[in-house]
Design a protein around this ligand. Sequence first.
Ligand code: MG
Length: 291
Amino acid sequence: MLFYDIQQTCPRHAAGVPPSFTRFPRPVQGIITDLDGVMFKNGKLIPHAAAFVHHCKTLGLPLVALTNHAGSSAAFVAQKLRNLGLAWKDQDVLTSIELTSMYLSARYPGARCYVLGSPDLRRAIDRISPPPDTVDRIPDLVVVGYTADHDASTLQRAARYVMNGARLIATNPDRLLPGLGALQFEVGPVIAYLEAATQQRAEVIGKPNSFALLAACNHLGTRAAHTLMIGDTLETDIQGARNAGMLSALVLTGNTDHDLARREQLQADVVVETLAQLQRLIIRSPDLSVF
Ligand SMILES: [Mg+2]
């Protein structure tokens, strides 16, 4: 069983952030990690990520990746992690594609879906929903995920379905794809567009929805209160951990810098600049064997 240690030079204090907690208030039994901005960035491995993953494995601490991006399947993402040098199994990745499949199977079994999104999202939804109608009937659900090219006629069709009774489901709320170069919309702007057009609220499945966090927790077999969520984004990763009653660690290697971490009301349990700092906080505790 694992417990934290707190270093003399707590990174949170070093960052000048007023602490709500100065250390993990409870022991850690399993870890959920975001990927972009935590494990990799702009296609490259983030320093210390490989050592951190190795550290978790050495301690026997279960680790699952939870990503909001619904552009590709878990198997694709796991292969990407392996290509970057991280030992990662397909089954230890959850994307919003898998989460959306789980959510729809549980909440809307047998629902007919109109899908706007990536080929991998379409394939996943096809596996759990009836075959598409040959006539243009109103589907039960409009499911929106990431795609690089939402065209106007598809969006209009989706809006028409929602205005005629279909429920609007979205894989994740993120606004923009992280990275350099041209601005690339994630699903958030598409949700805003369809909500404004239809005056209907979308059900959004990825982080910070506690459904996503608790599904990952279920995968680990850990209790939420003793599960640590590591992320670089306050409004999805850290808010999601808060919603699900989990511990949280904000890593300043992605979307959030010192200034933003200091300004925002929402606070993680710990803030670290790198995974190397977080690694030093997670140690095995020989005196804490029962929880
Ligand atoms: Mg991220």
